[in-house]
Design a protein. Sequence first.
Length: 378
Amino acid sequence: MLPMYRLAFLAGCAVLLGACTSPTRPPADTPSNTNNTPSANPTKPAETGSIAGQATPAGGHTLASRRAAIQSFGVELAATRKLSEPAVLALLADARYSETVIRIVTPPAVGQPRAPRSWKQYRGRFVEPIRINQGRAFMEQYSTELNRAAERYGVPANIIAAIIGVETLYGRSQGNFRALDALTSLAFDYPDPKRPDRAELFRNQLADLIELDLTGRLDARSIKASYAGAIGIPQFMPGSIKRFAVSASGAAQINLSSSVPDAIMSVANFLVEHGWQRGLPVFAPVTLPASASKLVDGGLKPTLDWPQLRAAGARLAPGAKEGAWMRAALGVIDLPEESAGTVELRTATPNFFTITQYNRSYFYAASVADLAAELAKP
């Protein structure tokens, strides 16, 4: 058996709090949600166990220091969020360490080569016949809900469907880890000592999960998630559930695990709250010059405009029409095929960068856009 966080057994433990900073350059090879952090869902069941059996805790901690950190966190969380301290500690007592989660996020050993990034390979995982066919069926089945969300928020139905398709294959693959176990493991045993910001992020998310449980919005002891703690059909992290989840019917209770209408409305609301602009495409219909690579800054915000791109040699693509995107901020993004030494360049509007707030990856946002384009075809 592997270790388990048991407050009753461990002389009183508790949990965590934190935050994450975005990389200047978005990772281009990890699917998943930022809102949301990674939403990949390994099919192997989570491995859990008692913390007492863990002789060498991950993250360089001793058992005693972990217990103290958990205890301190739980007490502080209860005080700052005005929650019942016994209830917080009792919930944390049921959190189990997951060896599988820690193994998934453990960085490569020093000196181990990184796999070359491949836009073609990444795109092929999501823009493929199964997701396209099931996506069209999804859009037909939930046309009323998707159209209602599009009208209310200005986010096209195919964009909403594509995000759900990339995240969970339209709700079919929501993860098989308890959110409580995944987030507690990542919060207190994050395996990369060079990334304390990540542990802090997961502590904040764990704190939000506990608050959601104790205020009756979900059951942290049973709700399943990805290895990173992303929950439900749209793979929202607990903080995003708190701030951006909405009910399609206006009910107080929101269910992202089984209510497709709630998931549809919540995805649209998330995008609008992160800057989605009604009527703008994701990519501008632009032909870029051969020297366009120098226009890529790798950031998560557009920093150029159409006059600047024209001055650099960009032109309206053949057959394309002028539009509102010409008055918007723009950015040139790169989609590399590192093994071949090639790169695809595209001109992105603010709506592309809004999708990167769901998952901070050019590959992810471009895959969503390309899948959405396929779903829109007759």
